[in-house]
Design a protein. Sequence first.
Length: 340
Amino acid sequence: MQLKIYVAVLLCAVFSQINAQENWTSGRPDGHAPISVMGDHTHGKGDWMVSYRYMMMGMDGLRDGSEDISSDGAFDQGYMMVPESMTMNMHMLGVMYAPSDRLTLMIMSNYVELNMDMAMRMNGMTSRFETSSSGLGDLKISGLYKLLDVKGQRIHANLGLSVPVGSIDNEDVTPMSDPNATQLPYPMQIGSGTWDVMPGITYMGQKGALSWGAQTMGTIRIGENNRSYAFGNKGCLLGWVGFKTTEWLSFSAKVKGSVSGKISGNDPTYTNPMMSPTLQTENFGGTTASSGLGFNIYIPNGALKNVRIGVEYELPFYQNLNGPQMKTTGIGTLGLQYSW
């Protein structure tokens, strides 16, 4: 219900701007969406943009449905090992180029670092250990096609393809496998292993010092990977508003809702899924909603003209998870963009 209220308020704000300014422009601090939003804008013919983003996501504790569950509660369900916390650090490099005023091409690569703290109970005794993995993530290639550009408003279609570059067989040493390494569970794998189609549509508007936008994106898995499974399909709807305080500074607020499915199939390596919730395919996916606050800094002239810095921090306010699985505590994003 709370998410529906946020969306309704956003739509009212958007449609009330029917007489928006004559010309939409990216040459202002809120000319881009909050830094966590990908594929939010297009460029003019011949324009380039390079970008770097750093994202950190923290997860702590377990949730089953909309209720928290303790590690002891998970042990009582028969699991031997239970995840207690996890961090993901992602470094993203992107390039955008517009061969025409209507079409902008985008490619993004990323490097991912994952760390998970686990608890293990054996013979009534509980011990703790850490596992980690890292590597290149899946490559994203997209096209953004402009559909509307009138009276300070723009709409473009997004169509992307995720190329399965990231590893899905990362290993680490655990107390059960010591001194040998063993394959880590699904959440600790870097890639999806599948070719994924990512369709979407993005809307942006400006009037005076105010800007706003909305985006819906999906991820559709094509078949199973070479380990006989596929992560669930995803859908996301988000909206944001921005306010330009000066020619170089703006602030933003964002609301985001996501839904994702369970894993289909099963990696035959995991012969005993009851070893941990992270090995059971039904313990993935769910419905979440979050809100974020951020700011953009834009340099309009001088030696650093067209350099843009964005910062955003996002907090969940609703998580209904197919669990038990770890719940998200927060996501921080820092980005640097330069266009010419």
